[in-house]
Every structure is written in structure tokens, then in C-alpha cells.
Design a protein around this ligand. Structure first.
Ligand code: ZN
Length: 476
């Protein structure tokens, strides 16, 4: 019997902390050895000149949810996770929405029916709370946390937004039972007020989308969420932070020793509000909430990543069709800032965009890239060390990454089941050439070679309270 099923030789293994030239031995789907030289394997793969990275963990993914703005997401669990795999992502955490008046467990069953036997990479669910009643908070959520559903998302905006009392109740149960609360931090009342003003004035072009929700609206929501987290003494994560004013609040909280995590997304690093100056419907390809900000903003976000203020970079993948009346154009014949479904696809290009714009351009080091796109989300959401790193005992989720491979992102290159990419024409350097999930080769040189439906549901651990990078540990 051979010692290893697979040995990846001669590559440069990168983790959140180390960059080491060594071989990786895989046995029974897990990493079983790291050493200068490994022999005695069933199969050898030469990774000379390549980075050997942990498969990406995308912790903010929307697949197959109910209609939003009357529009359905086009990616299924099968197509969405296949696209993720092509881009080097081997774990996703997607969202399961609570349906008011129905037990949470039943809502979750619906999502399992969509994902189980269809996903091709491993997956977990965050639960979007729309009605955190006393009964839900005290009975249903604790039972679900025991079963591995250890994170809960609260919206401060949109129709199903939670009020502060509901958010506090959610934070309390998260603290008691060991879960992570994710917050979409924007002030709904400010947005509604401004939207009405623009609508009344006939200023309905897509430019009003960013003007109705400027940075101060996100800053206020972020500060409020941080204050509630301080009050309850529970860690929280602010999702898709778009702007430097919200960043200032997170940094302020972290500097006070509060356990505040920040997530941003490639779209905030790549785009500014100039996208809404485009003619006709074109701007709808870039319509997502919160909106992209001014020209100085992307650099500020990169500094926040480089300095450890942001722990997580996710895609916030939403595959709404563009050129379709059942997609972004469902609201009418003219683009109207309040009628276009906000959200864009991005599950496949996430890693390449951050690598190319971040590492290849020298804005962040490669360990920070691995930390923010794999290791930290695994830690924050209770998947570490099974996911998110290259270590003995971890699942053999590995992306062999060619740092020199140059490509231009086009819709044709990608496998997302949607008719556009907002990243059309972006030139990138760096792309995964082989992707393994639990030791199985699933993508090889641009071809999906895995079995369909092979992804497994991940029961996640209760959330260990970990400090934001560089922050002292506080008792919980
Ligand atoms: Zn989202």
C-alpha cells in the first residue's frame, strides 16, 4: 500500500502566515504530511513555479433564494458551486432565508433540498433572520446552532429589515450559544427618505441609487451595530463594507478592543460611482448595495485589507440576469434607481481579482490574500482548521495557482449561469490551474472534472471568540 494517494511536489505552499517550499501529501481526502520531499504516492503532481494555496472560502454567496425585486437568482447550487470551483473556491457559505410564520427548520429543509446532491463543493448555511421572535431566539436558534448553523444575518435595510430590538435579541442568543451575527449596516429610513425625494423630483436614473445611500448612511448603521455589539459584548461581522466612513467606525471599534470583524468585496475594490454615468441600462450591471463610492475609496479599502482591519473578502454573489425582463430589466422599459434588483455575480473571479489587483500589484502580500479569502472566513464561521488552510489534518482543499497566467475576464471565460459579468475586460494575472476538494481533482486546466453533486454540507462549530487581527482577546 502506498503512503499517499496524492503528492503535490515542488510547489510553494502558502498559508495565512507562512510561505514555504515543500511537498504536500494527501491521504483519504485530508492533508496528511508536509515535508521537504515526499515519495511513495499513487499519484504525483508537479507544482514547480506554482503556489499551492488552500481552496478559497467564500462566506457570502446567494444561490437559489426567493425573488428579490421580483427577480430570481439564475445560479442553482450546481452551477454556482461549479463556477466557484473553477475560480479556486472549494467552500461556500450561502444564505437560507427564514420565512415568517414557519419554523426555521422547515425553511432550512428547503435549502437542503436545493443544495444536497447538487453542490459540487462543500457548503454551509447562514440563516437570514426576518422574524427573530422570543420563541425563535430562545428555542429554534439554539437547536440549530447545535446542528452546525452557527451564523445569523440581520438586515438593517430592505423591506424585511430588523429593528434594533430584534437585532439585540439576535446578538444575545449568539453570545449565549456561540454564533456569529452578520449585519448589513445601512439605515433604511434614510434610504427611504432620500429615495422618495429623488423619485418626487423625477431624478430616477441609476445615479440616484448611490445618492440615496451615501457613505454616511452606511457609517450610521455600522456605528449603531458596533454600539449594540458593545452593549451585548458579542463579536459581530459587518458584511460588504463599501466605504471608508464605515471603515473608520470599524477601526474605532477595534481600537477600543471590541470584537468587530469587517468584510469587503471585490466590487468595492474595482468600481467607483462613475459606473452610474454609463448610458442606458449599462449601469445596472454595477448596481449593488451598498453602492460603490468615490475615486479615493478603493485605495482606502486596500489599506484596510493590508493593515488587517478587514478580515474577510467575499463575493456577495447574486446572479441576476442582465438582459432580460425576468432579470435586472424586470422593473420597466427604462432603468429606474428603485426598480433594478441590486446584486451582481462574482463567485468565480473573486480570488483572481484579489490576487491580481492585490498581490500581483503589490498592494497586499500573498499571506494576507490567503488569510482574507480562505483562512479568516473559516475561522470566523467555525470551519477552521478543517477548511481554510494547508495543515496536517485539514481537508485537502487545494488550489494550484499559476501566478503568471494572464487572462482577460470575459463572460465567455466564466461558468456562472448568468448573462454578464461586471468584470468584463478586466485583465488579470494569476489563476488556479488545478483545484482539489477533499483530495479529489475537480478542476483541471479550465475543465470541471469532479462528480456532480459531490459537495457535502458542513456542520460548523460554535464560534470561538477570536480577536480581530492585532487586537487583544477579551473574555466572552
Ligand atoms: Zn449579500
Amino acid at each position: 500500500m502506498t503512503q499517499f494517494d496524492l503528492v503535490i511536489q515542488n510547489g510553494t505552499v502558502v498559508t495565512a502566515t507562512d510561505t514555504i517550499r515543500c511537498d504536500v501529501g494527501v491521504k483519504d481526502g485530508r492533508i496528511s504530511s508536509l515535508a521537504e520531499r515526499l515519495t511513495d504516492a499513487h499519484e504525483f503532481v508537479d507544482a514547480d513555479g506554482m503556489f499551492v494555496l488552500p481552496g478559497g472560502v467564500d462566506a457570502h454567496v446567494h444561490l437559489d433564494e426567493p425573488p428579490f425585486y421580483g427577480v430570481l437568482l439564475n445560479d442553482s447550487y450546481e452551477t454556482g458551486t461549479r463556477a466557484a470551483a473553477h475560480g479556486g473556491t472549494t467552500t461556500i457559505i450561502s444564505f437560507a432565508q427564514q420565512q415568517k410564520g414557519r419554523p426555521l427548520r422547515e425553511s432550512l429543509d428547503d435549502y437542503h433540498a436545493k443544495a444536497d446532491g447538487n453542490a459540487v463543493v462543500d457548503y454551509g448555511f447562514h440563516i437570514i433572520l426576518t422574524d427573530p421572535s422570543e420563541q425563535v431566539a430562545n428555542e429554534e436558534i439554539p437547536a440549530l446552532i447545535k446542528d452546525g448553523y452557527t451564523s445569523y444575518k440581520c438586515f438593517m435595510t430592505y423591506d424585511g429589515y430588523l429593528d434594533d430590538g430584534q437585532i439585540l435579541r439576535t446578538m444575545e442568543v449568539a453570545k449565549r450559544e456561540g454564533a456569529m451575527v452578520m449585519i448589513h449596516a445601512e439605515n433604511e429610513h434614510c434610504i427611504r427618505h432620500m429615495a422618495k425625494r429623488f423619485d418626487d423630483a423625477g431624478e430616477t436614473s441609476l445615479g440616484s441609487f448611490s445618492k440615496m445611500a451615501p457613505m454616511c448612511v452606511e457609517r450610521e448603521g455600522t456605528h449603531r451595530a458596533i454600539s449594540m455589539s458593545e452593549l451585548i459584548d458579542v463579536p459581530i461581522l459587518i458584511v460588504h463594507v463599501s466605504g471608508r466612513e464605515a471603515m473608520d467606525q470599524i477601526r474605532w471599534g477595534q481600537d477600543r478592543g471590541l470584537k468587530i470583524y469587517g468584510e469587503t468585496c471585490p466590487q468595492y475594490l474595482m468600481f467607483t460611482d462613475e459606473v452610474y454615468d454609463k448610458e442606458g441600462w449599462e449601469g445596472a450591471k454595477f448596481l449593488f448595495a451598498p453602492p460603490p463610492r468615490d475615486a479615493e475609496n478603493p485605495d482606502a479599502l486596500w489599506r484596510g485589507i493590508a493593515t488587517g482591519m478587514f478580515q474577510v473578502i467575499s463575493s456577495d454573489h447574486n446572479a441576476f440576469q442582465f438582459d432580460s425582463t425576468s432579470g435586472k430589466k424586470a422593473g420597466g422599459s427604462e432603468p429606474h434607481f428603485r426598480q433594478v434588483a441590486p446584486g451582481i455575480p462574482g463567485i468565480e473571479a473573486r480570488l483572481a481579482l484579489v490576487f491580481s489587483e492585490g498581490v500581483s500589484r503589490g498592494r497586499i502580500d500573498i499571506n494576507t490574500f490567503v488569510a482574507t479569502t480562505a483562512t479568516n472566513p473559516a475561522k470566523i464561521y467555525g470551519l477552521y482548521p478543517r477548511k481554510g488552510t494547508i495543515a496536517v489534518g485539514a481537508d485537502a482543499d487545494i488550489a494550484i495557482w499559476d501566478p503568471e497566467k494572464r487572462q482577460t475576464i470575459t463572460h465567455d471565460l466564466l461558468h456562472e449561469e448568468v448573462d454578464f459579468t461586471p468584470y468584463e475586460g478586466v485583465e488579470i494575472k494569476g489563476w488556479p490551474i488545478k483545484v482539489y476538494s477533499r483530495g479529489e481533482l475537480i478542476v483541471s486546466d479550465g475543465e470541471f472534472v469532479g462528480e456532480s453533486g459531490r459537495g457535502e454540507f458542513l456542520r460548523r462549530n460554535r464560534i470561538n471568540v477570536q480577536p480581530a487581527q492585532g487586537q487583544p482577546v477579551r473574555g466572552n
